[in-house]
Design a protein around this ligand. Structure first.
Ligand code: DP6
Length: 417
C-alpha cells in the first residue's frame, strides 16, 4: 500500500442544508430510503447553515470512528455504513507522490476512516442537520477516495444516509426525483436552477422555543405510511401536479405561485401528520401564530409577500420576495416576538446586512416598532416564544475546503482536533 512512516490522508468539505418547499414525507422502501413522491427544496447559504466534515484514512487506524461537534459518536448505524460501503465500492487509485502515499483501488476496502463533522448552527435547533451532514460525508469521502461519480450518483448515495440529504448535493433549487426502480438507482436529486437564478429571495428562520421532545422524521413518516389514508391521496394525486407547477414558478421567478404552493404544501404535510395514528404534532402555538401573521399580511396585500414552510418541528422558515418585503417581515416578526434578553446580536444571527437593511439596530428600535396595520389586537406580543432568528438566502452546493485551518482532524494523530 504505502511506503515509509504511517501517514494520514485527509479531505475536508462543506455542504449546505436545504428546506423543502414541496415536502418529502413517506417511504416506499425504508432500507434504501425511497420516497413516495418527488420533492423540491431550496438550498440555504452555507455561510449560515452548513456542515463541515473532514475524513481521514490511515493504515494506522484499527477501526472507523466519528466525532460530531467535537464529541465521539458510535458509527454503528446502518445509514452511515450504507454510505461508507457505497463510496468504498467506487473508490479509485490515489497517489500523493510528495508524501510517498500510494493507495490502490482495492486497498480502500481494508483502510479504516476517521470522520469529524461540525455544524455551524445548533444541532438541537431541529434544522435538518442530517441533510447537511450526510451530504457532506458522502461528498468528502468521494473526494478522499477519488470517486469519479457525477453529482447525481453521489446524491443517490447521500439519500441512503437521510432522504433529504440527497437535495443538499446542489445549490439553488433542487428536485429529488423519486424514481421507479426497485433498487433505487433512479432515485436521485437534480438541480433545477442554481443559486444565482433567484437571488433576491430572503430566507428568515424563526427558531421557535420548544421543550417538547419531537418525533423523528424517520419514525414519524413510517407511522404516517402505515396509518394515514390521506398520504396516498397526497402522494399520488396532489404532489405530481404541484411539482410541475412549482418547477414552472421557480423557472419564471413567479413569487405569487411559488408562495401559494409552498404554504399549501407545508400545511398538507402537517395535515397528513395529524391524519397519522396516533397523530403527530410538529407545530406549536408559536408556529400557528407565525402562520396567522403571514396569512393576514398576505391577505391584506391581496397577493403573497411571504411564504412559510415548517419541517418536522415548530421552527418557521419564511421566504420573502425581496429585501424590501423582508424589511417589512422582520419588523412584523420583531414586533410580535421581541427578544427575552436585551441582546440583539444573538437574537438575530446570519446575514447581518439583511438586518441593517431592515433598519433594526437596537432593542430600542424594536420597542419603537409600530404594530402591523393588518393586526386586529395590536398589543399582543409574545416575548421569548422565538429563541432567535437566522437571516439567510438561497446558497451554493458542496465544496472542497483546502485551507489547513478548516481541517477538523489532526494530520499527525489522526484524531479530531
Ligand atoms: C419534513 O430526510 O430527515 O424535512 O429520510 O428518514 O432521514 P429520513 O428523513 P428526513 O426527512 C425530512 C422530512 C422533512 C421534509 C423534507 O425535507 O422534504
Amino acid at each position: 500500500m504505502a511506503t515509509g512512516a504511517q501517514w494520514v490522508l485527509t479531505a475536508t468539505g462543506r455542504s449546505p442544508t436545504n428546506i423543502a418547499v414541496i415536502k418529502y414525507w413517506g417511504k416506499r422502501d425504508d432500507a434504501l430510503i425511497l420516497p413516495v413522491n418527488d420533492s423540491i427544496s431550496v438550498t440555504l447559504d452555507p455561510d449560515h447553515l452548513s456542515a463541515t466534515t473532514t475524513v481521514a484514512a490511515s493504515p494506522a487506524f484499527p477501526s472507523d470512528r466519528m466525532w460530531l461537534n467535537g464529541k465521539e459518536i458510535a458509527l454503528s448505524g446502518g445509514r452511515f455504513q450504507s454510505c461508507l460501503r457505497e463510496i468504498r465500492k467506487r473508490a479509485r487509485d490515489v497517489e500523493d507522490e510528495k508524501r510517498g502515499i500510494k493507495i490502490k483501488k482495492e486497498d480502500w476496502e481494508k483502510l479504516h476512516v476517521h470522520i469529524a463533522s461540525y455544524n455551524n448552527f445548533p444541532t438541537a435547533a431541529g434544522l435538518a442537520s442530517s441533510a447537511a451532514g450526510f451530504a457532506c460525508l458522502v461528498f468528502t469521502l468521494g473526494k478522499l477516495m477519488n470517486v469519479n461519480e457525477d453529482y447525481g450518483e453521489l446524491s443517490s448515495i447521500a439519500r441512503q444516509g437521510s432522504g433529504s440529504a440527497c437535495r443538499s448535493t446542489y445549490g439553488g433549487f433542487v428536485k429529488w426525483c423519486m424514481g421507479k426502480n426497485d433498487d433505487g438507482s433512479d432515485s436521485m436529486a437534480v438541480q433545477l436552477v442554481d443559486e444565482s437564478h433567484w437571488d433576491d429571495l430572503v430566507i428568515i428562520i424563526a427558531v421557535v422555543s420548544s421543550k417538547q421532545k419531537e418525533t423523528s422524521s424517520t419514525s414519524g413518516m413510517r407511522d404516517t405510511v402505515e396509518t394515514s389514508p390521506l398520504l396516498q391521496y397526497r402522494a399520488q394525486t396532489v404532489v405530481p401536479g404541484r411539482i410541475l407547477k412549482m418547477e414552472e414558478a421557480i423557472k419564471n421567478r413567479d413569487f405569487e405561485s411559488f408562495a401559494r404552493l409552498t404554504c399549501v404544501d407545508s400545511n398538507q404535510f402537517h395535515a397528513v401528520c395529524l391524519d397519522t395514528s396516533p397523530p403527530i404534532f410538529y407545530m406549536n402555538d408559536t408556529s400557528h401564530r407565525i402562520i396567522s401573521l403571514v396569512e393576514k399580511w398576505n391577505h391584506s396585500e391581496g397577493t403573497p409577500h411571504v411564504a412559510y414552510t415548517f419541517d418536522a418541528g415548530p421552527n418557521a422558515v419564511l421566504i420573502a420576495r425581496n429585501r424590501k418585503t423582508d424589511t417589512l417581515l422582520l419588523q412584523r416578526l420583531l414586533y410580535c416576538f421581541p427578544p427575552q434578553e436585551n441582546d440583539l446580536d444573538s437574537y438575530m444571527v446570519g446575514d447581518k446586512s439583511i438586518l441593517s437593511g431592515a433598519g433594526v439596530q437596537s432593542i430600542a428600535d424594536i420597542e419603537a416598532l409600530p404594530p402591523p396595520p393588518e393586526m386586529k389586537t395590536p398589543n399582543q406580543k409574545f416575548k421569548g416564544d422565538v429563541s432567535y432568528f437566522i437571516c439567510s438566502r438561497p446558497g451554493a452546493g458542496p465544496k472542497v475546503l483546502t485551507e489547513e485551518s478548516h481541517t477538523l482532524i489532526d494530520s499527525a494523530t489522526g484524531l479530531a482536533k
